[in-house]
Design a protein. Structure first.
Length: 331
């Protein structure tokens, strides 16, 4: 997968994009993407079970999330390269300093949002966090395993929901539809979690809105992956609380949640309470209004699918601005 290079070089070397008349309709492309993703995930999962066993290759393990992650990467590459004639990096996966910076900035957003909820709960006497040290090595192993698992799971969900499907919807129907539609899918995917309720579904939908706005304003999967990752990591590893109703079983941290379940989320974790809903709404307002979120010129130079809708974007590299407008006018 091509993920780097100079923006101007990437623009000149990339093959010309296919026009709308030579591609299937947007609905057929999304159907093909979804079908391939499900088939490849199932195939890779069967292979993982054959290698690691059914217990190791399902649930909250790297063998469980790994097959789906690899399937999402492969299907995204097939659709972008084979159907759209674009580099998969145009989904927002350009490597280098900007990608690392975006990931770090996203981590700050996720940590600040969930951390503010945890601090509020602690200040109200609703959250107690204690340490339990069964052994230094066990704590490190448990924390490292869960951290890698959460990182892969966040990356999987972002590339599968806010990667190719988001760009197809934004190109065909506009960014507003893309943000809302992918947020609905994001919420539905969490609908089978243990103890899920309507507040939890609503909060997951709001999280999707926040991540969708951040993605549209930056065209960076690194940014939203960082925010998604630390959203979960702050709850599950730093505070030892359930994440979307799941007990991650991290050694070393134990939490006790008291207070009104309507606000704290109770056994489901903060995602089931209205404190997190309030914080997420505030973050949505920030993301929609802040000038600190801007698009990566290197990604724009690779011509993301909704390039015509990016025509009015402020781009720091004049050469990239010209290339984006030229492609937009040619389509």
């Amino acid at each position: 997968m091509r993920t780097g290079g100079d923006p101007r070089e990437g623009h000149s070397a990339a093959p010309p994009p296919r026009t709308g008349s030579t591609r299937p309709a947007w609905g057929w492309r999304l159907a093909a993407y979804t079908t391939l993703l499900l088939l490849l995930t199932a195939s890779f999962q069967v292979a993982a079970i054959a290698v690691a066993g059914s217990n190791a290759a399902t649930g909250l393990t790297l063998w469980g999330v790994g097959p789906a992650f690899l399937a999402a990467l492969l299907v995204s590459w097939v659709m972008m390269s084979g159907v759209e004639s674009r580099s998969p990096a145009a989904l927002g996966l350009v490597a280098g300093r900007r990608g690392a910076t975006d990931f770090f900035r996203g981590c700050l957003v996720g940590t600040a949002l969930v951390g503010s909820v945890g601090v509020t709960m602690a200040a109200a006497g609703w959250l107690g966090v204690g340490l339990a040290w069964p052994g230094g090595r066990e704590v490190l192993q448990s924390g490292a395993h869960v951290t890698v698992f959460l990182l892969l799971a966040a990356f999987l969900e972002e590339i599968a929901v806010r990667g190719y499907p988001f760009q197809v919807l934004a190109e065909a129907l506009g960014p507003g539809v893309a943000v809302v539609a992918t947020s609905i899918v994001f919420a539905v995917l969490h609908g089978a979690n243990p103890g899920v309720g309507w507040t939890a579904i609503w909060n997951t939908f709001l999280a999707g809105i926040l991540l969708g706005i951040m993605y549209w304003k930056t065209m960076s999967l690194w940014l939203v992956t960082g925010a998604h990752f630390t959203w979960n990591w702050t709850m599950g590893v730093a505070a030892g609380m359930p994440v979307s109703g799941l007990d991650l079983g991290v050694s070393g941290v134990e939490s006790t949640v008291r207070g009104p379940e309507l606000l704290t989320g109770g056994a489901y974790g903060p995602e089931g309470g209205w404190l997190l809903a309030t914080a997420t709404l505030a973050a949505i307002i920030w993301a929609a209004s802040t000038p600190r979120l801007s698009r990566d010129p290197a990604v724009l130079a690779l011509r993301p699918l909704p390039v015509r809708r990016l025509r009015g974007s402020e781009v720091s590299n004049p050469g990239v601005r010209t290339s984006v407008h030229t492609v937009s006018e040619a389509k």
